[in-house]
Ligand binder design. Structure first.
Ligand SMILES: [Zn+2]
Length: 1054
């Protein structure tokens, strides 16, 4: 219909149409000029039973209201009838009332005060209270943590060059001065002492500076002990810490693990031999002998339960960061927090040969606005006044703790390029006996790895933009009938209550089906006007000033409008969606300011620019017949959305898409807009108004209230010897050295890969510096500078010792996601497996001291790599049986995923819910985890599995009725609605389950989509698909995989 509309035609100025409708019942007429200027009247709804326009409203006489003086192309104006407060009864879905979603728990960490540090104005409390009422478990952080303890040291220095400068190409070689010595380590309240370990060569394993805590950073204690070491056990290992996994000779009659067998029942390996700890040489199967590994002894992630303190440098050396998902408090004493930047190796190889020999990636995972731990000192803001921050005049690197002042402080040597600059007169300070500036400890930029500089005019091409939020809501038939529109309106209505107040925050709203409907909110006390844009081929937009207005000016109107939209479109029969055109039109409205465009979409875009065809059937056929071409369906169908997105990014418009779908929407094509503009895609499939509304609301609320910045530019510089190879993530790149981020938030991570262009000298350090220039929510232009200086090494063993599992796996995950649209799934799976094998082979060949070929020897730091690799090959993204949209969503999500969320996405946490109530009162909210193996699932148990995105509650077939009653409020499994909402009942078990889920939500900064899985239906299959240690159609069991890896290494060694 509308997609076939003719050439664009627009109404003449001042044209007043005779029609008395706002919306035409006959879609075929929508493209014509006649519909362009309908005056608001009781509308004839499309469909057989026209309903009065705004069934919600009082329907008084509607004043005629012409559009005199509107420019050509301005849209129709139709006043909406008086909008009165419409309760839930106005919901478009009979029987579905909005709000509230029955699940009234909100993650404590989401709303309440993530410690939004320097961006937050002093005294401003983080928006927080969840409006849905009911029992909320949110906590509000003390305001003190939200304030900016900035220590501005205003001074005038020589004018600094603008932000963008040439890349750094100069020798590092400057030994870092001692940064922040002697700071007393404060103990955190928990009993566990600070555990930090140093990257400096020391006897393996790295020892703790405190008594050995049960959960710790050293590799061994992170995984389940494979010879059950006690908490205080000292591990003896050869100089390079590594773990050997015995592959003992097979016992007659005992299950043997043949590497490449599919479709067999899993397990049979539950009994086995304990394997050796460390390197004890053990007679092992040679060559062709079948191998056996005890599944209870193999490495698995063990969550750290206690909070630790992490000093970023110890003894003037970079300190190895704790596991990304552990709870730790960072003391920045020169290097930035690992939350902000994390390198795949914590010692930098001197040569490119060394890194290629290791087969490890050299990459930095940068999350520049990452949330700090609430106990951490906030990042300090430094104001250099009009002259701006001190920078190297050659590479434009920013002043940091590793720039070395010489010549009594008159000059300084850049640690990134080696260039020597004169110290600006106003910045001069004498050096102390230790060679450091005497003021080094008082100046954050000289003693902290993360600081924020106040940007001067030179860093602005215009005044900092205001925060602008534009909501674009699908009101097509599907969205209305599934309850998506009502859920979205309810969510927006509540989320805007949490938007930062202030004169700067601006909002706008439009709805769309096969046409686009803007709303003029600038009406004083009058009702909002609907402004229709019927032309979806050559899109235009109403006057910016009418439709994007200050939040303070329109809060009430907007709320009323949102309440009324579901009923306004209650009987909408238009099934087509002009998603592309609507997005474009909203962009045009945002163009003068830039801002965030939040699109809510329910169906495949089918009309106007950017309409798509269903490729799903094609995809299914391809997947089932052969893998060969299927990956092409994971590429955008054409360049139209990419072109659009580049234009959006140029005008600082970021698009977040909330997909509330029941069927295929071509995620591969539409997600390009978000990926290119620094945005995010949310995917609710199949959308259920009952069970997904709470998540939708929480996702939206977090989206608009989380720490974030706008119109950002980011560049990473590194010491000479390396150069940036590429950036990966959600951004737009116009020049090789910088990335443009129309928006950046605390959850977004960018991967930066490096390659050598020169050598490093042993004993020097290589620095990485990320500079993010951005505008805060409050209109401040800032430069967040994070610096990480790591020692260089020519020893392969040091590389393995300092390898960062979390960073390496994140890198691997992102590489896999990049490969999925380009290669067949089987190719990507093989690539990932080989990636793992090559690293382990390098270690085995060059570093391991035990020569028995019967042993699988894993570097201590990377001993979970095989498990994560196996889990990755079985993940939604790489499994052959997944839906296309699901896989595309996975690819999109992984691209900007943070390090702490990477491993859990493929290797989720599994908990036994049924044992929750049996624990002591002082237990942590999070129960112990179970291995992801169906061996650990009993038929009378209830389990919770979470991967940061979804939470599955699995119910076995013979769970006691009493327990079902406690958890679900009903005594039978069948009595639980499939549109599942977890409620809290008045008993200990239910309370603990809800507490655990809320704690997980806080940890993950994600609301989690709760789904019920019953053993005997497809949802049970979904649950078991996460049992990645099992043998399954999608791959080997964990034990078999280890054997496979071992044999591959043996083959390579031979
Ligand atoms: Zn420099």
């Amino acid at each position: 219909m509308a997609s076939s509309s003719g050439p664009p035609s627009r109404p003449p100025p001042g044209y007043i149409p005779p029609s008395s409708t706002v919306r035409q019942p006959n879609p075929a007429t929508l493209a014509g000029p006649m519909q362009n200027l309908q005056i608001g009247q009781p509308m004839a709804q499309p469909g057989p039973n026209p309903a009065p326009y705004g069934a919600f409203a009082g329907q008084g006489p509607i004043s005629r209201f012409g559009p005199p003086g509107r420019p050509l192309g301005s849209p129709a104006i139709a006043p909406i009838g008086p909008i009165v407060g419409n309760g839930p009864s106005s919901s478009a879905i009979p029987g579905q009332r909005f709000p509230p979603p029955a699940n009234s728990q909100y993650p404590a960490g989401r709303g309440p005060a993530p410690p939004f540090q320097s961006q937050v104005q002093p005294g401003r409390s983080f928006p927080g209270s969840p409006p849905l009422g009911a029992s909320l478990s949110s906590q509000t952080l003390p305001p003190a943590q939200n304030s900016v303890p900035s220590q501005p040291i205003p001074r005038a220095v020589a004018a600094s060059p603008p932000f963008a400068g040439p890349p750094s190409q100069y020798p590092p070689g400057v030994p870092p001065f001692q940064g922040y010595p002697g700071r007393p380590l404060q103990q955190p309240p928990p009993a566990i002492p600070p555990a930090s370990y140093s990257a400096t060569p020391q006897p393996a394993p790295q020892s703790f500076s405190g008594p050995p805590p049960p959960p710790s950073f050293t590799g061994l204690s992170r995984s389940q002990p494979f010879a059950a070491p006690g908490p205080s056990q000292m591990f003896s290992r050869p100089p390079i810490s590594s773990s050997s996994y015995q592959v003992p000779p097979s016992m007659p009659g005992v299950m043997q693990a043949p590497p490449r067998m599919y479709g067999m029942a899993a397990h049979g390996q539950s009994t086995g031999f304990p394997t050796a700890v460390g390197q004890s040489p053990i007679a092992a199967a040679q060559g062709s002998s079948p191998s056996k590994i005890d599944p209870n002894q193999i490495p698995r992630p063990v969550p750290t339960l206690s909070e630790t303190i992490f000093e970023t440098r110890l003894g003037n050396q970079a300190n190895l960061p704790p596991p990304a998902s552990s709870e730790y408090v960072v003391r920045d004493n020169g290097n930035c927090s690992p939350r902000l930047m994390r390198c795949t190796v914590n010692q930098i190889p001197c040569t490119s040969d060394l890194i290629s020999t290791s087969s490890m990636p050299l990459a930095l995972l940068v999350q520049p606005l990452a949330l700090p731990h609430p106990s951490e000192e906030p990042i300090q803001v430094v104001d250099f006044g009009e002259s701006g921050p001190i920078r190297c005049s050659r590479c434009k690197g920013y002043i940091n703790p590793f720039m070395k002042f010489i010549d009594q402080g008159k000059r300084f040597i850049c640690n990134l390029c080696g260039f020597t600059d004169e110290t600006p007169r106003d910045y001069f300070c004498n050096l102390g006996p230790d060679g450091r500036r005497r003021d080094a400890d008082e100046r954050p930029e000289l003693c902290r790895g993360a600081v924020e500089f106040v940007a001067t005019k030179e860093y602005m091409v215009r005044d900092p933009m205001p925060p602008v939020f534009f909501f674009l809501i699908d009101v097509s038939m599907n969205a209305i009938q599934t309850g998506a529109t009502a859920a979205v309106c309810s969510a927006i209505g509540q989320a805007i209550a949490d938007l930062p107040e202030g004169p700067r925050t601006m909002v706008g709203l439009a709805t769309f089906d096969s046409t686009i409907h803007f709303y003029s909110l600038r009406r004083g006390s009058q009702q909002p006007l609907m402004l229709i844009v019927p032309d979806i081929q050559d899109v235009y937009t109403p006057l910016h000033s009418d439709i994007i207005v200050q939040l303070t000016e329109c809060r009430q109107h907007l709320g009323q409008l949102l309440e009324s939209i579901p009923s306004m479109f209650e009987t909408n029969r238009i099934s087509e969606s002009a998603f592309g055109a609507a997005t474009k039109a909203a962009f045009l409205a945002l163009k003068p300011t830039g801002g965030k465009l939040l699109v809510f979409q329910s169906v495949l875009p089918s009309a106007g620019v950017g309409s798509l065809s269903a490729r799903e059937a094609e995809g299914r056929a391809n997947v089932s017949s052969s893998d060969k071409e299927a990956h092409k369906l994971l590429q955008p169908i054409d360049k139209s959305y990419k072109t659009m997105a580049l234009e959006f990014a140029e005008q600082q418009v970021c698009v977040d898409a909330f997909i509330t779908a029941q069927s295929y929407v071509d995620m591969a094509s539409i997600s390009v807009i978000s990926a290119t503009t620094g945005g995010q895609v949310y995917y609710y499939y199949p959308f259920s108004a009952v069970s997904d509304s709470a998540k939708l609301y929480n996702d939206l609320r977090w989206n608009v209230t989380r720490p974030q910045g706008f119109e950002a530019v980011m560049r990473v510089r590194c010491g000479q010897g390396l150069q940036v190879q590429d950036y990966h993530g959600h951004f737009c790149k116009r020049i090789p050295t910088d990335i443009d981020l129309p928006a950046i938030d605390c959850d977004k991570t960018i991967m930066v890969t490096f390659k050598h262009d020169d050598k490093f000298q042993e004993g020097t350090e290589c620095a990485f510096q990320c500079a993010l220039l951005y505008t805060t929510m409050y209109g401040e232009r800032r430069i967040r500078v994070t610096t990480l200086s790591l020692p260089c090494t020519s020893m392969l063993s040091n590389l393995f010792r300092s390898a960062d599992l979390d960073a390496q796996f994140t890198c691997m995950l992102k590489q896999a996601a990049m490969g999925v649209p380009i290669n067949s799934l089987s190719q990507v799976r093989d690539q990932m497996t080989n990636f793992c094998i090559n690293i382990l082979h390098s270690y085995r060949k060059f570093c391991a001291t035990v020569s028995s070929s019967g042993q699988l020897i894993l570097p201590e730091a990377l001993k979970l790599l095989p498990l994560y690799t196996l889990a990755l090959t079985k993940s939604i993204g790489l499994r052959s049986d997944g839906r296309l949209d699901e896989r595309s969503y996975w690819v999109n999500r992984v691209a900007s995923l943070s390090v702490p969320l990477a491993a859990p996405l493929v290797y989720p946490r599994l908990f036994a819910v049924h044992s929750l109530g049996t624990k002591d009162d002082d237990e942590s909210a999070i129960p112990p985890t179970l291995p992801l193996s169906s061996e650990h699932i009993t038929d009378d148990g209830v389990y919770l599995l979470e991967n940061g995105e979804d939470a599955l509650i699995y119910v076995g077939n013979s769970v006691r009725n009493e327990m079902l009653e406690q958890i679900f409020g009903t005594p039978s499994v069948d009595g639980i609605s499939s549109q599942f909402v977890l409620q809290q009942h008045d008993n200990e078990l239910s309370k603990r389950l809800n507490d655990a889920i809320n704690e997980i939500r806080r940890q993950r900064c994600s609301f989690l989509r709760l789904r019920l899985c019953r053993k005997s239906d497809p949802s049970g299959m979904l649950f078991f698909s996460y049992m990645v240690e099992d043998k399954s159609p999608s791959g080997l069991s964990y034990v078999e995989f280890l054997v496979h890896v071992h044999r591959q290494i043996q083959t390579k060694m031979a």
